[in-house]
Design a protein around this ligand. Structure first.
Ligand SMILES: [Zn+2]
Ligand SMILES: [Zn+2]
Length: 313
């Protein structure tokens, strides 16, 4: 009974300023109680929380370490040169067996391997973060200068951005690990925007940043005030989040995509979730799966011809 109380106090994480202190106390506790604890069947002993594991945690340098839901799960936070913080989740699955369970970054190679030590994972992760420095920089520039429509809460985990060019036209762009742009296309495009984009592809300058290319491609110096403001103000103040004219929701459970201006009739102001419009067009065509994955028909709101695939483009 007495020991149970001590255990409770031991695991009261608010008592600790650092994980090292906790690990030290844990070790001390087990040394004192070793005999008592080995006798009772449902107790934790030193074997279960491997001693090398505790030592490993204490020896991790320049990284903040936190326990997850169990003592076997760790969250490590490392800072990079740009003062950004990156999280990696590690699971201890036996002596000298560590696995990466989650990373809040894309493109991490060697994610499915088993590692000998926490430091080995941290080193791999730190190198990965260093290699992504152009990627971070480009995303930050885009987020700073553009109105991001999707993702709703952009992070470094998302390699793409949907940027509002105006209320009816978005630009989709993806950023590669080394900071180049790829897979660029328009959503709800008007011909004028499309012409600019086609010209922009021909003159795209890979020595310049993505945002500089966007600015010259879409000729932002000649933008009317309104467009300029849209591109430079935070999206929440300038562009209201739109609901989908079919399901009437803004967000769908299990689906990160937001309603988009898919209808190309400029007089039609509605937005649709791609999946909602696709299902709608499919149902109006009698449920037959469309050729090449592109459902066609007329806009449920304005009856203008419309096309939609589940995948974008
Ligand atoms: Zn919808
Ligand atoms: Zn329409």
């Amino acid at each position: 009974m007495e020991s149970k109380k001590e255990m409770r106090e031991l695991f009261c994480f608010s008592n600790y300023k650092s994980i090292t202190k906790f690990v030290n106390n844990l070790e001390k506790f087990f040394l004192q109680k070793k005999n008592t604890y080995l006798c009772s069947s449902n107790s934790i002993d030193m074997e279960q929380i491997d001693k090398t594991y505790l030592n490993e945690i204490k020896n991790v340098d320049n990284v903040n370490v936190y326990f997850g839901k169990t003592l076997e799960e760790l969250k490590c936070v490392i800072s990079d040169d740009g003062f950004r913080e990156h999280e990696i989740f590690i699971k201890f699955s036996g002596p000298r067996k560590y696995e990466i369970t989650k990373v809040n970054l894309p493109h991490l190679p060697y994610q499915d391997e088993v590692y000998n030590s926490i430091n080995e994972i941290i080193d791999t992760f730190r190198n990965h973060v260093i290699n992504l420095s152009n990627y971070f920089f480009e995303l930050e520039q885009i987020d700073q200068f553009c109105s991001i429509m999707e993702p709703l809460h952009p992070t470094y985990k998302d390699e793409y951005r949907k940027i509002a060019l105006d209320e009816r036209t978005w630009l989709h762009i993806e950023v590669t690990p080394d900071g180049a742009a790829k897979n660029i296309y328009l959503i709800g495009q008007s011909e004028a925007w499309n012409d600019k984009l086609q010209k922009g592809f021909l003159t795209w300058d890979h020595d310049k940043s993505i945002i500089d290319n966007i600015i010259s491609t879409f000729d932002i110096s000649s933008f009317s005030n309104k467009h300029h403001i849209i591109l430079s103000e935070p999206v929440t103040t300038m562009l209201e989040k739109q609901h989908c004219a079919i399901c009437l929701c803004e967000e769908l459970p299990d689906n990160p995509s937001v309603p988009q201006p898919i209808c190309q009739n400029n007089a039609c102001g509605v937005y649709y979730h791609r999946s909602c419009l696709y299902e709608w067009l499919l149902a109006s065509a009698g449920g037959r799966p469309p050729a090449f994955g592109v459902a066609t028909g007329s806009c449920p709101t304005c009856c203008h011809p419309i096309a939609c695939s589940l995948l974008e483009k």
